[in-house]
Structure formats: structure tokens, C-alpha cells
Write a protein that binds this ligand. Structure first.
Ligand SMILES: NC(=O)c1ccc[n+]([C@@H]2O[C@H](COP(=O)([O-])OP(=O)(O)OC[C@H]3O[C@@H](n4cnc5c(N)ncnc54)[C@H](O)[C@@H]3O)[C@@H](O)[C@H]2O)c1
Ligand SMILES: O=c1ccn([C@@H]2O[C@H](COP(=O)(O)OP(=O)(O)O[C@H]3O[C@H](CO)[C@@H](O)[C@H](O)[C@H]3O)[C@@H](O)[C@H]2O)c(=O)[nH]1
Length: 471
């Protein structure tokens, strides 16, 4: 099948590359010329395990190409995927300007029948707005907008489908290639039926052993995406709130996690307490759903609390550091392991490390940070965060080695749960730190083991270690 991805970021690039891997002819379009030039010269603008090799293989095989030419890209695809950003507007609602700009581009250039598939995360009702924007452009071209029936020849007609994406960064290729489910919302029309059949064929390779596709109406599909992210984020904030209470009552949240996760009705996934959730999805999607609720006079109190708990949780580790050292951290130096919002990515959007670094540096501390992948992206993000006080940026240095970052630090602060942090040589850690002190924002280690090693250890919601001395 001929497929076009409009928007070549995390979702567009991964989706396009994976469809090419399955034998489709794929064009990835982006307005960002630097991104397309980089892709055309063999580079990859994001870090995602396995992606670089897949892109190289499919580009070499002639199944995957990159362009900034809208007319060419729209002409190529029988199926046109919209995979552009839907960032939060000032009031928290999803900003649809990129999605609607793409819809207008499609309307401006399309010929014949096109299946327009929205993969961006969007509020319920967006497919209707996309259809209206395409129709308005067709009318301007002198065509009567027609979404109704199967057409022949070059008379433009279309169906707008919702196909939300559920991949996780850091595991995007794996998630896309082995989806738990494929949600497809199709309109109830003849064009919709045609789109449904095309989507069934396109996704057939994912359904060989059992059918993972859930066909539904468009609005339910749009809503499903927000519902999934809200549920997952709620679990995390719930566990973080319980973790903070566990410290007060002398319970250990890791024991509690095992105890409740073993109930199949609850399950183990997304129950890890930590320094809060970040990334480009949970924070913005929860804001957007809260806003949708407000607009429909249906306040979402649980989600309001999920956000509030998360904002607070990003500073829980800093609070522990302040309780240990006092409010002024002047003259204190910390090693910080992990900048990205989660492992296996260089994405720094809403990363808890940004809030933690800001809080420490504003209190006079200096920091040496290490991240296996995200350092360069982090430098740019932190420069923005400290734009109003650029002199504070000097307090942050970076190391290429997680051990060197420890040199002469008053404590090690762990923010991201990269695998390579899980079993460090603790004798080396102790030898390099000026005192054996560890603040673990991801509960990577056991308090008892740390005590045996002579390391003063503070986790999130851990009963033993030294929590009592902080309360
Ligand atoms: N990142 C994820 O893990 C993830 C997962 C599932 C869903 N989503 C959703 O998918 C959408 C895209 O997210 P992303 O992380 O890939 O965003 P991104 O910012 O990485 O990529 C979006 C790309 O779209 C391009 N773009 C913007 N306007 C354009 C236009 N008019 N024509 C062509 N290209 C244009 C941008 O230049 C950018 O390269 C969002 O709605 C997001 O919520 C993201
Ligand atoms: O038990 C957990 C699980 C995750 N996190 C944090 O939650 C955030 C999000 O993690 P994750 O969901 O793994 O990454 P994302 O790439 O943001 O993926 C989410 O957002 C995507 C965009 O909508 C969806 O497609 C995915 O299904 C959804 O998991 C990160 O900061 C994690 O550290 C926790 O604190 N505890």
C-alpha cells in the first residue's frame, strides 16, 4: 500500500518506518527541513532503540523516503496519516493548529479518494474538524466536498479515520510492531466502509495469530486514547501518594506494590512510585481531558488530583535533600544520574530532572549530571529553563561517565531508571563520593543492602534506611 506520514517525529517516523518494514511504500513528510535533510543524509533526529537500523534498511530498499514537498507527499499516499504534535494551549486544551494545517494541506492537493487517518492525540470531535477543513479547501478548488460514496477517477473524496497511537518512547519500535491492540474509529458511511477495509488490510500483518483490532466509531476511538493515558497516569499518582504515606506509617511501598500487583485485577504494570511522571504525553493529555470535562460541565476531579500529586512528587526527592542538608544548599555539590524523562530516550519534555535541577541550583547547589543518551538535548532544555537567570546554568556540569560524575559530590541523586544504573560497583560509588549518601528517586536499590554497604540511603516510600531521621 502507498502510505504517507505527515509529521516525522516520534510517532510519524516510527509508524512510517515500521509500515515500510512490512513492505509498504512509505513517504514521511515534515515541515522541518533540517529534520528531513538529516534523515536524507542517513541521520536520525531522535534516539529510539532499533530505529536507525530499520530506517537505513528500508530507505536502502527504496520503500521509505523523506520529503518536505507537501504536494508530492499527498499525491503518494492512498492512506495519509496525520502524526503532528498537539501541544497544550495556554489553558491546557490541545492545540489543533498543526492538525488543521495538515488537513488544509490535504484538501489543497488531494486527487481521488484518500483515507485520512489521524494518529495524533486529539479531543473528541477533531475528526469532524479535520473533515470540515479538508472540505473547505476542496470547495475553494471548485469541488463539492464529498465524503459520502466510493468514487472513481480523480474526483476528490475522503474518509477521516481515528487511529490513536499507544507506543511508549524508548520502546517505540517494539510497541508498534507488537501492539496490545489497534484502535480504529471509522465513520458510518460508504467511504467509512471503504476506509475500514483498507485499514483492515494495512494492519493485517499485526493480526496473524489473533485479531487485535477494535473497530469502533470515530469519537470513541478519539476518547479511548485520553482514557488510556489518564488511567495509567492515575495509577502512578495513586502509588506516589501511597508511597509518601508509607514513609509516615513505616511501611515499604515496594512491598505494597508486590502485594497489590499480584492481584490480577490490579496487575504489576505502572505501579512504580518515583519522582513523578513526565514526557510529552501524560502531563499534556491529562490537562487536555480536564479541559474537555470543564467544557462539558463535567469536572474530572480525579484527574485534577492526579496532576496535583504529580507536580508535588517531582519535588519529593529535593525535599529529602533539603531536610538532610538544610534549606541553603550553598557549597553543596551533587552527582545526578539520569536526565531523560524515562530510560532509553533522549526526550526531555516535562522530565522530572528539570524540576529537580532547578530546585537544587536555585538553593545554591552545584550539579554534575550524567545521562547515557540525553545530555545534549538536556543542555538545550536547561538553557531554556534558566533563560531568566543564565548565571545559574554555570552551576550545572555534565560528565560522559557515571562514575566521574560522582567525584567529590556530597551525594548521588538518581532521577531516571536507566538499566545501567541498577548494579553499579558500589565500592567505586563510595570511593568517589565525599560521603556515602544516596537519594534514589526510582527505588533501584534495597535499603537493607545499602545499609550493609554503609550507604546512607533515601528512596521513595521506603520504610527502612533513614526515612525517620527526615520526618
Ligand atoms: N511521543 C509519543 O510517545 C506519542 C505516543 C502516542 C501518541 N503521541 C501523539 O502523537 C502526536 C505526535 O507526537 P510526537 O511525539 O511524534 O511529536 P513530535 O513533536 O516528535 O513530532 C511532530 C512532527 O510534526 C511536524 N509538523 C508540525 N506541523 C507539520 C505540518 N503542518 N506538516 C508536516 N509536519 C508537521 C513537526 O515538525 C514534528 O517533526 C501528538 O499528538 C502526541 O500526543 C505521541
Ligand atoms: O510505574 C511507572 C511507570 C511510568 N512512570 C513514569 O511515567 C512517565 C511515562 O512513562 P511511559 O508511559 O513509559 O512513557 P511514554 O512514552 O510517555 O508513554 C505514554 O504516553 C504515550 C503517548 O501518549 C502512550 O502512547 C503510551 O501508551 C504511554 O505509556 C515516565 O516519566 C515514567 O518514568 C512511573 O513513574 N511509574
Amino acid at each position: 500500500m502507498n502510505i504517507t506520514l505527515i509529521g516525522s517525529g516520534y510517532v510519524g517516523l516510527v509508524t512510517g518506518t515500521c509500515f515500510a518494514e512490512l513492505g509498504n511504500q512509505v513517504v514521511c513528510l515534515d515541515v522541518d527541513k533540517r529534520k528531513i535533510d538529516l534523515l536524507n543524509s542517513g541521520g536520525v533526529p531522535i534516539y529510539e532503540p532499533g530505529l536507525q537500523e530499520l530506517i537505513a534498511r528500508n530507505a536502502a530498499a527504496g520503500r521509505l523516503r523523506f520529503t518536505t514537498d507537501v504536494q508530492d507527499a499527498v499525491a503518494h499516499g492512498d492512506v495519509l496519516f496525520i502524526a503532528v504534535g498537539t501541544p497544550p494551549d495556554e489553558d491546557g486544551s490541545a492545540d489543533l493548529k498543526h492538525v488543521l494545517a495538515v488537513a488544509r494541506d490535504i484538501g489543497r492537493w488531494m486527487q481521488g479518494f484518500k483515507i485520512v487517518v489521524n494518529k495524533s492525540t486529539v479531543p473528541v470531535g477533531t475528526a469532524d474538524k479535520v473533515a470540515q477543513a479538508i472540505s473547505a479547501e476542496l470547495e475553494a478548488r471548485g469541488h463539492s466536498p464529498n465524503q459520502a460514496g466510493p468514487q472513481d477517477g480523480n474526483i476528490p473524496s475522503f474518509a477521516v479515520v481515528s487511529n490513536p497511537e499507544f507506543l511508549k518512547e524508548g520502546a517505540a519500535v517494539e510497541d508498534f510492531m507488537r501492539p496490545d491492540r489497534i484502535v480504529i474509529g471509522v465513520p458510518g458511511s460508504e467511504a467509512g466502509n471503504r476506509a475500514r477495509e483498507a485499514m483492515r488490510v494495512l494492519y493485517a500483518p499485526f493480526n496473524r495469530n489473533h485479531d487485535r483490532t477494535y473497530f469502533m466509531d470515530v469519537r470513541s476511538a478519539e476518547f479511548t486514547k485520553y482514557a488510556a493515558n489518564s488511567m495509567l497516569a492515575s495509577r502512578i499518582s495513586f502509588m506516589n501518594e501511597l508511597a509518601n504515606l508509607a514513609e509516615q506509617v513505616g511501611a515499604d511501598i515496594e512491598m505494597v506494590r508486590h502485594g497489590i500487583g499480584s492481584d490480577p485485577r490490579i496487575g504489576f504494570n505502572f505501579l512504580y512510585a518515583g519522582v513523578g511522571f513526565g514526557g510529552s504525553c501524560f502531563p499534556k493529555d491529562i490537562q487536555a481531558l480536564i479541559k474537555i470535562g470543564q467544557e462539558h460541565n463535567s469536572r474530572l476531579r480525579i484527574l485534577e488530583a492526579v496532576n496535583e500529586v504529580n507536580d508535588r512528587q517531582k519535588l519529593v526527592l529535593t525535599d529529602k535533600i533539603i531536610r538532610r542538608f538544610g534549606d541553603s544548599l550553598k557549597g553543596r555539590h551533587f552527582a545526578l544520574w539520569g536526565l531523560a524523562f524515562k530510560p532509553n530516550t533522549d526526550d526531555m519534555r516535562e522530565a522530572p530532572s528539570r524540576a529537580i535541577i532547578k530546585a537544587l541550583v536555585e538553593r545554591g547547589a552545584t550539579i554534575c549530571a550524567y545521562d547515557p543518551i540525553a545530555t545534549e538535548v538536556a543542555k538545550q532544555c536547561l538553557a531554556q529553563d534558566f533563560a531568566a537567570a543564565p548565571e545559574l546554568l554555570k552551576a550545572i556540569t555534565y560528565s560522559d561517565s557515571h562514575f566521574e560524575a560522582l567525584n567529590s559530590a556530597d551525594a548521588l541523586v538518581i532521577v531516571t531508571d536507566w538499566k545501567s544504573f541498577k548494579s553499579p560497583d558500589f565500592s567505586e560509588v563510595k570511593a568517589r563520593l565525599s560521603e556515602p549518601l544516596l537519594f534514589d528517586g526510582r527505588n533501584l536499590y534495597e535499603p537493607e543492602a545499602m545499609a550493609e554497604l554503609g550507604i546512607e540511603y533515601y528512596g521513595i516510600g521506603r520504610s527502612n534506611g533513614h526515612q525517620e531521621s527526615l520526618t
